[in-house]
Design a protein around this ligand. Structure first.
Ligand SMILES: [Zn+2]
Length: 356
């Protein structure tokens, strides 16, 4: 079934993990044997051929670079200008993949429908380009608000103002506090440009503050439920209900620590914690029960977000294994119409409505 994944960090993997995402997965992973600089070396589950194999023809793909003040222990850049340059390198990789015929940027309704028609055609699936909607995870790299229009011109269509920790425009996961004047100015400019607000990673105070100040389209590209795994990175039922009211779509993430409770990094294992794809269905089902319908959830796997098989469902070795998910929905009693919404239809409805 045609599938949309609303959160992948493809260019971060290309530029910081040094992965050529055109190569077979085993080739990427073999070349990483012996490397210990990242926790997921040799465990990659995402590349362009596996996306095609899984019929995942459209993704939301990030640019990502954090600014860190001297007292911030998180990895990141020492000035916003360096962070901006990093995101421009990431963009150059996406553009190079377009020139190579591997990817195609989707930035408006016309391009979306054209791309969907291509994926519905019976040309060989392994020759189809992966469509990508450009998003920015954490807005620190926008040197000032005027940079947003430059980014929009290059195709940027969604912004998550924060990532982990304190941000220049909003406070993120594990941080606290509201957005502040620069954040409000960013939101106003996003509204003017019709850029989607990605509510993922906003801390609770910034989440409510952002929704108070923003009247444009809102989604949450990769977010699970706090009711099932208690952590500030996850949404409370109250937050989920508010997003449903705003006609948002929430992408279910496949990072094991966000799926099963009490995950200990580099200690817990997917098998040991019974973390399989059915756990993702638990989170999706929780949102559907709160909504009373199947209109507000999709997939935002995050499967290349700094982890691999050591920290994702044990029945997934490659992102192509997402094609097991429709059968798992059916087993839970979801009908065909619902399953199509959850695999792609809700993201498409959202885009068609907001890109008119
Ligand atoms: Zn993230």
């Amino acid at each position: 079934m045609f599938t949309i994944d609303a959160h992948l960090d493809l260019s971060m993997n290309a530029m910081e993990w040094n992965r050529d995402l055109r190569l077979p997965l085993h080739t990427i992973n073999e070349r990483e044997s012996g490397l210990t600089d990242k926790p997921d070396r040799g465990n990659a589950t995402v590349n362009l051929p596996e996306l095609r194999k899984g019929n995942i023809g459209l993704v939301v793909a990030t640019q990502i670079a954090r600014y860190v003040a001297p007292d911030n222990q998180l990895p990141g850049w020492h000035s916003p200008e360096q962070a901006w340059a990093q995101t421009q390198g990431q963009l150059a990789w996406y553009e190079a993949m377009e020139k190579a015929g591997e990817m195609v940027q989707v930035k408006d309704l016309e391009g979306l429908e054209k791309h969907l028609a291509l994926w519905q055609s019976d040309s060989p699936v392994m020759e189809k380009p992966i469509g990508y909607i450009l998003s920015l995870e954490g807005a620190d790299s926008l040197v000032n608000v005027s940079y947003l229009e430059k980014a929009w011109e290059k195709g940027l269509r969604a912004v998550g103002p924060a990532h982990y920790g304190p941000g220049r425009y909003a406070q993120g996961t594990n941080a606290t506090g509201k957005m502040g004047p620069d954040g409000y100015a960013l939101l106003a400019e996003m509204e003017r440009l019709n850029i989607i607000l990605d509510a993922t990673h906003l801390c609770d105070e910034s989440f409510w503050d952002a929704l108070d100040h923003f009247n444009g389209p809102v989604w949450a590209s990769h977010n699970n439920c706090r009711a099932l795994v208690n952590h500030n990175r996850q949404f409370t039922d109250e937050q989920i209900k508010e997003l449903i009211k705003r006609d948002a779509v929430i992408g279910a993430a496949l990072d094991a620590w966000m799926m099963v409770p009490d995950w200990e990094r580099q200690v817990s294992t997917p098998i040991g914690t019974n973390c399989d794809l059915e756990v993702m269905i638990d989170h999706i089902d929780h949102i559907c029960q709160l909504a009373g319908n199947t209109d507000h959830v999709g997939i935002g796997s995050d499967l290349d977000g700094g982890f691999g098989t050591e920290q994702c469902p044990y029945d997934l070795q490659s992102i192509a294994d997402l094609n097991k998910v429709p059968a798992l929905f059916a087993k839970r009693g979801y009908n065909q119409v619902d399953i199509e919404k959850l695999m792609h239809g809700n993201w498409l409805r959202f885009l068609r409505k907001n890109w008119q």
